[in-house]
Design a protein around this ligand. Structure first.
Ligand code: CAO
Length: 414
């Protein structure tokens, strides 16, 4: 038995944000029925293809454990089938451009009329306000939610992160909203509307930067690289690789950095572990020196301190340095490349990185469910081919017979 066994999701999502959400729910055991346009499907099926005419990794890696149904929800017969699906599902999830579902004739009011118990969940770029009608993709959300203005080096332009905090981050937020609404339905018997704006999701993940915006009003941000030599403006600046927490941290070069772009280690020079760190990097002198032996004394010369630490790390590989620093309780972590992560045995062992077999592309690698439930282990099943389960769902879920299905096919509804 899986945690969400018995929950049926009508999945009208596409691209990344919505599919991330419904894939998580599918891993927890929900029956996710992905509705796609006949002949075309989710646009990502054909985007960034590595093998001709085969569903892209972009699609396969975001749509595991789902069933695919093709349905033209703009035609009359398609709308009738869609109405029946709304009647039969617990949750409807969509991340179309604002108003798309209303234009098809399915407003929240209409959806509630069809099924008062349904939870209707959406991702949009923005919440209500001046930009509510805008279409939004990942990097736009990273810019509008505060991610880009606070990422990068002080002297450089804003930078977007590799982590898809706008899309996958908002999908995660939405999944929590959905299970919370399902939980509340146990008491009220009613469904409800769940909305997540990508701007809001990114800002939530940039919470500490709004913290710093307010701290800035009371003086310079002493853990930022701008302190004490640079200047601060009136907004939270970019902080390079500074730790963002109360302890100084930085990325330092390790042995091989000249040729390996990922030969780096993140080190946090936490006050409690400073003595051991100072000794190992050959600076026992710092322990007796009042210019160095307190966190306050070191604060104005954090850059100098990490330069000295780096002289030592450059003599070790990132893994050797980590092995020496860990027993000293110095928090640190190697910069791992995607190649290293894909080959890491411990991630394979926990199912965080898994191999999946696909009938058209063969074996590929994906990220499994990062949330581990002891009573609901997630197995990763391949993504569906376009319309692979149309007949199955129309029969099993809606009780349609062969004749009705043939008629729906004949007029292009499915
Ligand atoms: N049958 C018939 N029509 C369908 C259909 C189906 N099964 N599925 C989708 N459509 C229609 C929609 O109704 C819409 O039609 P209208 O424009 O006439 O209303 C049309 O397909 C296209 O939908 P769209 O406008 O959402 O798609 P797009 O490629 O132009 O925009 C995106 C994509 C992502 C920018 C937009 O959907 C969006 O802003 N979504 C909300 C924010 C979001 O989730 N962004 C993250 C995307 S991941 O980076």
């Amino acid at each position: 038995m899986k945690a969400l066994d018995g929950v049926r999701i009508l999945d009208m999502t596409h691209v990344q944000s919505g599919p991330t959400c419904t894939q998580l729910l599918a891993w927890f055991g929900a029956d996710v029925i992905k509705v796609e346009r006949p002949g075309k499907g989710d646009a990502t099926r054909s985007q960034l293809r590595d093998i001709p005419d085969v569903d892209s990794l972009y699609f396969t890696m975001l749509n595991h454990n789902k069933r695919s149904v093709t349905l033209n929800t703009k035609g009359e017969r398609g709308k009738a089938i869609f109405t029946q699906l709304i009647e039969s599902c617990d949750v409807l999830v969509e991340n179309f451009a604002p108003g798309a579902l209303d234009r098809m004739g399915f407003s929240w009011e209409r959806i509630q009329e069809i099924n008062p118990r349904i939870i209707y969940a959406s991702v949009k770029g923005f919440g209500p306000g001046p930009y509510e009608d805008c279409k939004v993709y990942e990097n736009v959300a990273q810019c509008t939610g505060g991610g880009a203005s606070t990422t990068g080096f002080p002297e450089g332009p804003p930078v977007v992160s590799g982590a898809q905090i706008g899309d996958s981050g908002t999908g995660l937020h939405l999944a929590l909203g959905i299970v919370t609404a399902l939980f509340q339905r146990e008491t009220t018997g009613r469904g409800q509307r769940v909305e997540c704006a990508m701007q809001d999701g990114v800002l939530n993940l940039c919470r500490v930067k709004l913290r710093d915006q307010q701290r800035l009003m009371h003086g310079p941000l002493k853990e930022y690289p701008q302190y004490p030599h640079g200047t601060f403006g009136d907004a939270t600046p970019r902080a390079g690789n500074a730790s963002g927490g109360g302890q100084p941290g930085w990325i330092v070069k390790c042995k091989g950095w000249e040729t390996d772009p990922d030969a780096y280690l993140y080190i946090i020079a936490q006050a409690a572990a400073f003595n051991g760190l100072a000794k190992v990097v050959g600076h026992e002198d710092w322990l007796e020196d009042p210019d160095w032996n307190s966190a306050e004394a070191r604060l104005p010369k954090i850059d100098q301190m990490f330069d000295e630490i780096e002289k030592w790390t450059m003599t070790k590989t990132k893994f050797e340095a980590m092995e020496i620093l860990n027993p000293l309780n110095v928090p640190c972590g190697p910069v791992l490349s995607m190649k290293e992560l894909s080959e890491e045995p411990s991630l394979r062992a926990t199912g965080t990185v898994v191999e999946v077999d696909h009938p058209e592309r063969g074996v590929y690698l994906t990220v499994g469910n990062p949330i581990k439930l002891s009573d609901s282990p997630a197995e990763v099943r391949r993504s569906p081919l376009l319309g692979e389960h149309t007949d199955e769902v129309l029969k099993q879920v809606l009780g349609m017979d062969d004749e009705a299905i043939a008629a729906a096919k004949a007029d292009g509804a499915v």
